[in-house]
Design a protein around this ligand. Sequence first.
Ligand SMILES: [Zn+2]
Length: 310
Amino acid sequence: MTDDRDAAVRLRAFDFLREQRQRFGDASFPRQILERGFDFEGVRVPLIGPQGIFKPAILPEVPLTITTAPPVEHRERPYDDGFDDFGFLRYRYRGITAADRDHRDNVGLRLAMQRQTPLIYLHGIVPGLYEPAWPVFIVDDHPESFTFIVAIDDQVAATAAWQVHDAAALTARRQYVTAVVRRRVHQRGFRERVLRAYQQCCAICRLRHDELLEASHILPDGHPRGEPVVPNGLALCKLHHAAFDSYIIGVTPDLEVKVRLDVLEEIDGPMLLHGLQGFQGRRIHVPRAERLKPNRDFLAERYDIFRRAS
Ligand SMILES: [Zn+2]
């Protein structure tokens, strides 16, 4: 197979991901879509396999995708996400023994590095859901730690017309794009874990429409304890998330909803009556499992801010 054909398959793969991105909008991709893949000259080309480094049969040497498995449920690891402190992704070799350094999957990624072949990165958000990023490039190889260094690049800027010949500028751009993807992966992971814990329904009103649900932080992002973990989250619909964030609604450490006094006494239409005032004094719905329930101390600290705000 010529390099042209290899390139054609990769470009088709990028197009396929763009089409799916339009279809799923902001949501992450279901694994089945990636397993099914796309058709190229009558041949089905999947994008994901049982191993992290994946080369579909149609490609002769260089893999197409590298995947980070979703975190194992019950064991959250929000910061062990594979990204390093230099703004890139650390990707582990296939295998752990000295002989594995030359496993064909690792050899394939080394070729991708030498040729600067663009790859696709799939980050497992929760089991069954993946966040894709492309094009990505292998930029370094650390055989001593069995690790490749991966940079995520911009889809438009990486095309020929925008090529940067200044190595420092190229590195800076890739660090920036990689950081954007890292942030997105954190946000998606938090959202999906919280929504799953709350069985996809608003903790206040039990609305069940996925598109209208969000994961809110109890202690905000940026607070020293404002980690993106389920006990610091509440699944809320967009209305209740906004009301919670702007301190119109508070939740006591005993899980009781409190509506700000002036809003409680206001007279307006049915939305205010049923959407906000009606929940005064009601208990929120929380996950049954102890490890998933909202942290009491976090709620207390947050409720204190609410009280002072009202
Ligand atoms: Zn709601």
